[in-house]
Design a protein around this ligand. Structure first.
Ligand SMILES: *Cc1c(COP(=O)(O)O)cnc(C)c1O
Length: 372
């Protein structure tokens, strides 16, 4: 066999797959492991979504509505735009893919930051595009360097705001200045997966940029049901964008990209403000409690606007990650992201947070970190 694989496909490093929980538990001889590694909602999905999905199951022999009419309308009402300004995806990941498919060809360039969300660069590689990667500056997007990196080949700029994994936020004035300086010929994609966790007073005014693209580039906001709504397993996300951009994305979209239970579940979740609000409240409480508890252990937590944050653990992060695994606590080492002594943790339930702090203290003692 000799596979006719194109160079740009051969060069792709596959997304590192996480091991399933039961497999990890077997391998490490642990039970009741807790996962604080993927920024999921630890409080579970909206109960209303669970009921709506159950009610939908007897219809599984039917194709879903290819336009996701009801969900699109409800999302548009929630955001405050028209349905024509919304494009739903199988996770916001799929909307990233649509953007790259619609606007990037071989030899075109896309600007991203590093470290930030990995998937932007993967989709660009799949298309044979060129990734122009700008290192973070003081753990935040380096907007000046990004602007300098723009060329006439640049099609898209991806910025996650707040940034994953550092949790930093681009404020209103900085964003306005950056946007005003951009050439109109690029598309600026702001991945707002965590914006729900940001105080409304601190959010950038993205809707007016999307809707009035006068002398500024097209702006796209990406949102997801995977985080605050607690529906990561359902795979629903969406983009908010000018209707001309949306019309182009629909050209590269499969007709049934949002499956039947996903349409029903996301629709019901939008109607469950109680779940949404209580997730935000409990996350804020957990973040404050964790920040204090981690500091008391002698680690340095980094300020974050999200449901996760970085912790400087004062020693090799990957060894600590391994040691924590044996105690059934799954965190993420930031070594591969260029922060060898940082872990990233997701805010969990009160009991999970307590267990994490206990394990962190024990593991750092065992490894002899921070003894000075
Ligand atoms: C979690 C996350 C998403 C969500 O992706 P989905 O495909 O909607 O699950 C998107 N962007 C960033 C930066 C994230 O951290």
């Amino acid at each position: 066999m000799q596979l006719p694989v194109p160079q740009h496909i051969a060069a792709i490093v596959p997304y590192p797959p996480g091991k399933p929980m039961d497999e990890l538990e077997r391998e490490y001889g642990i039970t009741n492991a807790i996962k604080l590694a993927s920024n999921e909602n630890p409080f579970g999905p909206s109960p209303k979504a669970v009921v709506a999905i159950g009610d939908m199951l007897h219809n599984l022999h039917r194709y879903p509505d290819g336009s996701s009419y009801s969900l699109t309308k409800a999302v548009a009402r929630w955001i405050g735009v028209a349905p024509e300004e919304i494009v739903l995806g199988n996770g916001s990941n799929e909307v990233i893919e649509f953007l790259v498919k619609a606007f990037v060809g071989a030899g075109d360039a896309v600007i991203t930051s590093h470290p930030s969300f990995l998937m932007y660069q993967k989709f660009v590689q799949m298309r044979g595009g060129d990734n122009v990667v700008i290192p973070l500056k003081e753990m935040d997007h380096d907007l000046e360097a990004i602007n300098r990196a723009i060329s006439d080949r640049t099609r898209l700029i991806f910025l996650d705001n707040p940034n994953n994994p550092t949790g930093t936020l681009i404020g209103r004035e900085r964003f306005a200045r950056f946007l005003a300086d951009l050439p109109e010929s690029v598309i600026l994609v702001i991945d707002e997966a965590y914006v729900d966790f940001v105080d409304p007073d601190q959010r950038i005014d993205i809707l007016s940029s999307i809707r009035n693209p006068d002398k500024i580039p097209a702006v796209v906001s990406l949102r997801t049901f995977s985080k605050v709504f607690g529906l990561a397993g359902l795979r629903v996300g969406f983009g908010v964008m000018h209707r001309e951009v949306a019309a182009l994305l629909h050209r590269v979209r499969q007709p049934f990209n949002i499956n039947l239970p996903a349409q029903a579940g996301a629709l019901a979740a939008l109607d469950d403000l109680e779940h949404y609000e209580s997730t935000l409240r409990k996350t804020a409480e957990g973040r404050a409690w964790l920040g204090k508890a981690v500091s008391e252990l002698g680690c340095r937590p980094y300020p974050s606007y999200t449901n996760f944050f970085l912790i400087d653990v004062g020693g090799d992060a990957t060894r600590l990650y391994e040691a924590m695994l044996y105690k059934g606590v799954i965190v993420r080492s930031m070594k591969a992201y260029g922060y060898p002594e940082f872990i990233r943790i997701t805010v969990g339930t009160a009991a999970e947070n307590q267990r994490f702090v206990t394990a962190l203290g024990e593991c750092r003692r065992e490894l002899g970190y921070g003894r000075d």
